[in-house]
Design a protein. Structure first.
Length: 409
């Protein structure tokens, strides 16, 4: 009988969203008329920008004509989109990233997991706690383990992000090889200052480490002094891969398009001590295992860089961020400790002393008919917290605030 990949047996089942669904179903069974407000959703709700719809409609029409039909595109993405990203997301911020350092994908999640193909299994990995779960699970799938008793395997190091350190991970006390950073952060909604980011880049330069920088929520930054890209920090091109997505920037969760930057300067060591460029390895990986993102999605993504497209997607972001601001302020006024909501569509709320994430979840469901995400789902340091999102409508966000104002604890 064939064997399965044993690494998958090491994963802990993620019951978070099914447990939430069960609890909500049970509540609705007992309260069929309940008017639930879902503030747990991590998905956008506004429709695509008109300019994106037009660009994708036009692309579909091109595909329907013999003269303009396109089959397989370049595995790395179309030049028109790579160039637009280089100009608008980087050059406009004073960062020099050339189109050949940009690889278009079908979204950030796949790249986050796939990037491990080009990284040695012996490396140790540092992750924040709480964390976007894909970083942890994809490492376990690749064969890294948290099993501290299995000394033959590299450990996964957790970097606690708590109220007492402002949800900013401290540099590890032992050298690590790979570091995942996600800013603006999911789930805490917090950011790193330029100085804090500089400390991580310096750490990576000093220790020969690689930073995998996930900036899926970059477009939500409202404060001027917060870096949008890790490459705004000197020397970062030597040590960092940056992964971005059109999902939250332009509502592409159902369209699928993202990109990964692998700078030409970035190199790792082979077993025989040679310096090998990661750009070449990633290109090799993509040309073998990926046939490119859809032409239609890439045309849609390209439209977000037109002046009309930019204004339209900013409008949606402003809409969500006005929900975030209202929620944050209302919760603060109500006496809750909250993080996030200023440069991210997420609010990380601390439950009253002694209350677990699930107890707070139940309280909000029973008393306010509000559904949130328990922080424990993002790691043990998330217990005692819940995550609220700004992705619902203005109307529902305001109704939720009214209900939260009458919450009795
Ligand atoms: N990175 C973070 C931090 C996310 O929160 C998400 C989605 O929720 C992703 C990546 C995935 O993005 P995509 O839709 O591009 O796969």
């Amino acid at each position: 009988m064939f064997k399965i990949n044993e690494n998958y047996n090491r994963l802990t089942d993620s019951y978070l969203f099914s447990t939430i669904a069960h609890k909500v179903d049970a509540y609705l069974n007992n309260n069929p008329d309940a008017d639930l407000i879902r503030l747990g959703i991590g998905d956008v709700t506004l429709p695509l920008a008109k300019s994106v719809v037009e660009a994708m409609t036009n692309a579909v029409c091109q595909m329907g004509e013999r003269s303009s039909f396109r089959g397989y595109g370049p595995e790395q993405g179309y030049d028109f989109l790579r160039k637009a990203i280089s100009d608008h997301d980087y050059a406009a911020r004073g960062v020099d990233i050339s189109p050949d350092e940009i690889f278009i994908s079908d979204g950030a999640k796949s790249d986050i997991a796939n990037i491990l193909d080009i990284i040695g299994l012996d490396n140790s990995v540092a992750l924040t706690d709480p964390v976007y779960p894909v970083y942890l699970d994809s490492n376990i799938m690749a064969g890294r383990t948290t099993d501290l008793h299995d000394k033959s395997r590299p450990k996964i190091v957790k970097l606690p992000c708590m109220a007492c350190n402002g949800f900013v991970p401290q540099l590890p006390d032992k050298p690590v090889d790979i570091i995942y950073l996600c800013y603006p952060n999911n789930p805490t909604g917090t950011t790193l200052t330029r100085e804090q980011m500089k400390a991580w880049v310096n750490y990576a330069c000093k220790n020969g480490a690689l930073i995998i920088y996930d900036s899926a929520y970059e477009a939500y930054i409202t404060e001027d002094d917060i870096p949008h890209s890790i490459y705004e920090i000197e020397h970062a091109k030597r040590v960092a891969i940056e992964i971005r997505s059109f999902s939250k920037t332009a509502g592409f969760t159902g369209v699928r398009c993202g990109y990964t930057v692998v700078p030409n300067e970035l190199a790792g060591l082979s077993n025989d001590g040679k310096s090998i460029k990661l750009n070449r390895l990633w290109n090799r990986r993509q040309t073998t295992k990926f046939n490119g993102a859809s032409y239609i999605s890439q045309c849609g993504a390209f439209a977000t860089y037109s002046s009309r497209g930019r204004e339209e997607i900013q409008q949606s972001i402003r809409y969500y961020m006005s929900n975030a601001r209202k929620l944050r302020e209302a919760l603060r006024d109500r006496g809750f400790e909250v993080a996030g909501g200023i440069n991210a569509p997420y609010i990380w709320l601390r439950a009253p002393e002694g209350m677990s994430s699930w107890q707070m979840f139940e309280l909000l469901l029973q008393q306010c008919q509000i559904v949130v995400t328990p922080g424990i789902g993002f790691g043990s340091e998330g217990d005692g917290y819940i995550r609220l999102t700004a992705f619902n409508t203005h109307e529902n966000t305001c109704r939720a605030i009214e209900r939260l104002n009458s919450l009795i604890i």
